[in-house]
Ligand binder design. Structure first.
Ligand SMILES: CC(C)(COP(=O)(O)OP(=O)(O)OC[C@H]1O[C@@H](n2cnc3c(N)ncnc32)[C@H](O)[C@@H]1OP(=O)(O)O)[C@@H](O)C(=O)NCCC(=O)NCCS
Length: 357
């Protein structure tokens, strides 16, 4: 567990952007692919629909608009970025990194660029790394992208996973600031639980029958998630010497409304301070927290001085929290997280299988 970093240099988010693919897939459409129903999915997860990337879209394609939006808000452009981190488990390919591809597309010619793998917690890890590099003076202005195209690695015949996930990306610009932004981090991992959410056959380890698709033990992940969302939030608040009553905006990983409700109640955070968009996007993995943050900004919920608590958890198993004070510069610059919906056939659905086209 790491994260007691405190520095004399203030570091904050100066730009925020998010993007989701156009294709909307509803629960009813999924019910035409696997043995499930809108009622079951809504009751057990709170998810009503999710976005799915087009066949021609890769992670860098959905990350680019989010990154451009974040840079625009920050009043910067690609050439001002000297560090680019992409947190993901679905890069365009293993190498070159999606960060290097994105850096090229953004004109960040000489930026250090690399991908980071920490499951759905990747964006939180990326924030902490960028904070550390900027606070230490190694980087001047960092771009952190969290995004995934999980639809590519789902088993579209497995009802236990296919209903949960969606595609999306978010991005933030991080730089030194006159005001305090980031206040504390808490990050951790428990590799012993790795088999509860994994992608066997996706790397150098040989497996008997590798199919390169997500495998999950939902009940174990549920137990882990409800425990760490609470523990990590309490640890980061404690580390900064504050308590949950001071939190103005709570941005938990958007995995499942039941998991979020459990953590919110256990922590004692009033529901009107919790950001929830999992109903419309499902679990977008590393994209989840920046997407939710961008919506909260667009809604005007993030005001200068707001104490913002973000907590992620996911494959690894990993978890991570960040506590920050929202800064003036970002208060009134709305982001547009979602593009208009368009219903088309989901991946895995045979032509004529009945999904709305
Ligand atoms: C996956 C999850 C929604 C399942 O909900 P649950 O209440 O735990 O349901 P269970 O796994 O106990 O399954 C209950 C029944 O529903 C069935 N079921 C599972 N998925 C279903 C689906 N999509 N539609 C209909 N029935 C389904 C199961 O087969 C089981 O049937 P059975 O009783 O006949 O064996 C829940 O465990 C969860 O959210 N886990 C965390 C997953 C997660 O967030 N992963 C990402 C972390 S980053």
């Amino acid at each position: 567990m790491i994260g007691s970093g405190r520095s004399d240099v203030h570091v904050t988010i100066t730009g925020l952007g998010a993007h989701v693919p156009e294709r909307v897939i509803t629960n009813d459409e999924l019910a035409q692919l696997v043995d499930t129903s809108d009622e079951w999915i809504v009751e057990r997860t709170g998810i009503r629909e999710r976005r799915i990337a087009a066949e021609t879209e890769a992670l860098s394609d959905i990350s680019l608009p989010a990154a451009q939006q974040a840079l625009e808000q920050a009043g910067s452009d690609g050439k001002d970025i000297d560090l680019l981190i992409v947190a993901t488990v679905t890069p365009d390919m293993m190498f070159p990194s999606t960060a290097a591809i994105l850096a090229d597309r953004l004109g960040a010619a000489d930026a250090a660029a690399y991908d980071l793998s920490a499951g759905c917690t990747g964006f939180m890890y990326g924030l902490a790394q960028a904070y550390g590099m900027v606070a230490a003076g190694l980087a001047r202005r960092a771009l952190v992208v969290g995004g995934d195209v999980l639809s590519r690695i789902l088993d579209w015949t497995d009802r236990s996973t296919v209903v949960l996930f969606g595609d999306g990306a978010g991005a933030v610009v991080i730089e030194p600031s006159d005001e305090a932004g980031f206040l504390a981090f808490e990050l951790g991992a428990d590799g012993a639980g790795g088999e509860h959410l994994w992608l066997p056959g996706s790397g150098s380890r040989r497996f008997e029958e590798p199919d390169g698709l997500v495998k999950m033990n939902g009940r174990e992940v549920f137990k882990f998630a409800t425990r760490v969302l609470v523990q990590s939030a309490e640890a980061v608040l404690d580390r900064y010497g504050t308590n949950v009553g001071d939190v103005d905006v709570y941005v938990p990983h958007q995995a499942n409304v039941r998991i979020i409700d459990h953590a919110t109640k256990k922590l004692g955070i009033p529901s009107d301070r919790v950001v929830i968009n999992v109903d419309r996007y499902g679990n977008t993995s590393s994209g989840s927290i920046p997407l939710a943050l961008a919506e909260a900004q667009a809604d005007g919920r993030l005001r200068a001085g707001s104490l913002v608590l973000m907590t992620g958890m996911g494959a690894g198993l990993t978890w991570g929290s960040a506590l920050m004070r929202w800064t003036q510069r970002l208060e009134a610059s709305p982001a547009k997280p979602a593009t208009p919906g368009q219903k088309t056939r989901p991946p895995g659905a045979a032509a004529g299988a009945g999904a709305a086209a």
